[in-house]
Design a protein around this ligand. Structure first.
Ligand code: 3PG
Length: 410
C-alpha cells in the first residue's frame, strides 16, 4: 500500500482558484446546531496553507443523507469555520446554479466561500465510475470556474460520487494536508516491518471487521489482533470458545450468528486473533456483574477487568497500535471503562497509534500527541484496512497521470 500522489506542497497555488472537497459531515442536533466540530477542525491545516499560498478557496462538502435528520443546509458550518479561522467565510445557499457560479467568479484571492450541501444535487447521490461522473452537470458547470481541485475528504474516499471522482478527471488535482496525514498514517501501519504490530478491533461492524482480519492475515500485516465488542464475541464463538446461552441469544438478536462461519474460516487460515476472557454483564434484574465469558448470564456490555489488563500489557509493548471500534456499549457510562482503559494503554505506550474515527475519535477529541493519528475515516478507513481500493485514490491517480504526467505501475 503505497500512495504516490502530489499534494498542495508540490504545486504553485499563487493566485489560483481552488475547489476543495472537504468532509464537514458533523453530528447535528434537532435544532440544526453542530454538536461536534472535529471534522471541520481537521481541515484547518489545508485551508490555512491555501490562504498562505494566496489562492481563493471554494469549499464543497456533503452533510447527512437525503431523508435523514442531519441532511441540512450549511450556513452553520460556514459560521463555525469562520469562528475557527477568525475571518469571514462566505456562504451561498446554492451549489451549482447561476448564483453560486457568480459568487465563485467574483471570489478574490484570500477569500473563502462554502457552497451549500452538495447532496442537495441529486447527481451526487449516485455512485458511478469517474468517466460517468465527469459528465454530470455538477462537474461540467463548476469545473471551468477553477484552476485546481484539492481533495481533502478522506472520510468520503470510499464513495464514487461526482464531487469525489468526477473533478479529478477534468482538473489538475492534488491532496490536501488532512488527506496526506491520513495516507501517511495508513502507509506506516501497513508497511512498517517493526513488530509487534497490534490491531485492537471492536464495535458492531462485524462483517467489515472480518474482512479486515482476513486481509491482515493474508498479507501477514498484524502480529496480533485483539478483539472486543461484538467483534470479540463473534470471534470467540468462531474459535470454538464456550459461551453461556445468553451470549448466543445476544448474537442471534444482533443477527450475527450467520457471520460465525465466516469468522471461523478466517481463524482457521491462521488469523492471530485474541478474544475476551471476561465480560461486564447486565443481568435481567438490572445489576451489573463481571463474569468469565464461558459462564456469562445476561447481556454482554463491555470487556472485563482481566481482559483489559491482559490487552493493556500487550498494547504497552507494541510498536504500532491500530484501534477501531469501542470495546463495549459506551453510550452508557457504566460500560465505557473497557474502551477508556485500552485507549489509555495506547496513549501511554511508545507505539505509533492510529485511532479509527467515530466513537473513539470523539473520546480522544482533545488529545494531542506526536505519535497519534486520529483518523477522520469511518467507512473509508474500514475499506482501506481491508485492503480494498478507494475510488477517490484511483481517480486522483488518473488525474496525476493525465495532468502532471506521473507514471504508475499497473
Ligand atoms: C462519513 O461520515 O463516514 C462520511 O462523511 C461519508 O458519509 P456517507 O457514509 O453518508 O457517504
Amino acid at each position: 500500500m503505497i500512495f504516490n500522489l502530489p499534494s498542495i506542497n508540490d504545486v504553485n497555488l499563487e493566485g489560483l482558484k481552488t475547489l476543495v472537497r472537504v468532509d464537514f459531515n458533523c453530528p447535528i442536533d434537532k435544532e440544526g446546531e453542530i454538536l461536534d466540530e472535529t471534522r471541520i477542525k481537521a481541515h484547518l491545516p489545508t485551508i490555512k496553507k491555501l490562504l498562505d499560498s494566496n489562492s481563493s478557496i471554494v469549499l464543497i462538502t456533503h452533510q447527512g443523507r437525503p431523508g435523514s435528520k442531519d441532511f441540512v443546509s450549511l450556513r452553520k458550518h460556514a459560521e463555525k469555520l469562520s469562528e475557527l479561522l477568525g475571518m469571514e467565510v462566505k456562504f451561498i445557499e446554492d451549489v451549482m446554479g447561476p448564483a453560486a457560479q457568480e459568487k465563485i467568479k467574483n471570489l478574490r484571492v484570500g477569500e473563502i466561500l462554502l457552497l451549500d450541501n452538495v447532496r442537495f444535487v441529486s447527481e451526487e447521490i449516485i455512485e458511478a465510475p469517474p468517466e460517468i461522473q465527469k459528465q454530470t452537470y455538477l462537474v461540467r458547470r463548476l469545473a471551468p470556474l477553477f484552476d485546481m481541485y484539492v481533495f481533502d475528504a478522506f472520510a468520503t474516499a470510499h464513495r464514487s460520487q461526482p464531487s469525489i471522482v468526477g473533478f479529478p478527471l477534468v482538473l489538475t488535482s492534488v491532496l490536501g494536508e488532512l488527506m496526506k496525514a491520513e495516507l501517511s498514517a495508513l502507509e506506516k501501519v501497513m508497511n512498517t516491518a517493526e513488530p509487534p504490530k497490534l490491531f485492537v478491533l471492536g464495535g458492531a461492524k462485524v462483517r467489515d471487521t472480518i474482512k479486515i482480519v482476513e486481509y491482515l492475515t493474508k498479507k501477514r500485516i498484524a502480529d496480533r489482533i485483539l478483539t472486543t465488542g461484538l467483534v470479540g464475541l463473534t470471534f470467540h464463538v468462531a474459535k470454538g470458545g464456550r459461551v453461556g446461552k445468553s451470549v448466543i441469544n445476544f448474537l442471534e438478536e444482533k443477527g450475527l450468528t450467520t457471520l460465525i462461519h465466516r469468522a471461523r474460516g478466517v481463524v482457521l487460515s491462521g488469523a492471530p486473533v485474541d478474544t475476551p476472557y471476561d465480560l461486564k454483564v447486565l443481568r435481567e434484574d438490572g445489576t451489573v456483574v463481571e463474569e468469565p465469558i464461558h459462564v456469562v448470564d445476561g447481556k454482554p456490555m463491555d470487556i472485563g477487568t482481566y481482559t483489559v489488563s491482559m490487552y493493556s500489557e500487550l498494547i504497552k509493548e507494541a510498536k504500532i497500535v491500530v484501534m477501531r471500534g469501542p470495546a463495549g456499549y459506551i453510550e452508557d457510562p457504566r460500560f465505557r471503562k473497557g474502551t477508556e482503559d485500552l485507549l489509555r494503554a495506547a496513549l501511554e505506550s511508545n507505539a505509533f497509534v492510529v485511532i479509527g474515527g467515530g466513537h473513539l475519535g470523539v473520546m480522544l477529541k482533545d488529545v494531542k500527541a506526536k505519535s497519534i493519528h486520529i483518523s477522520t475515516g469511518g467507512g473509508a478507513l474500514l475499506l482501506a484496512l481491508a485492503g480494498e481500493p478507494l475510488p477517490a485514490i484511483a481517480a486522483l491517480e488518473q488525474s496525476t497521470k493525465k495532468f502532471l504526467g506521473w507514471k504508475y505501475e499497473d
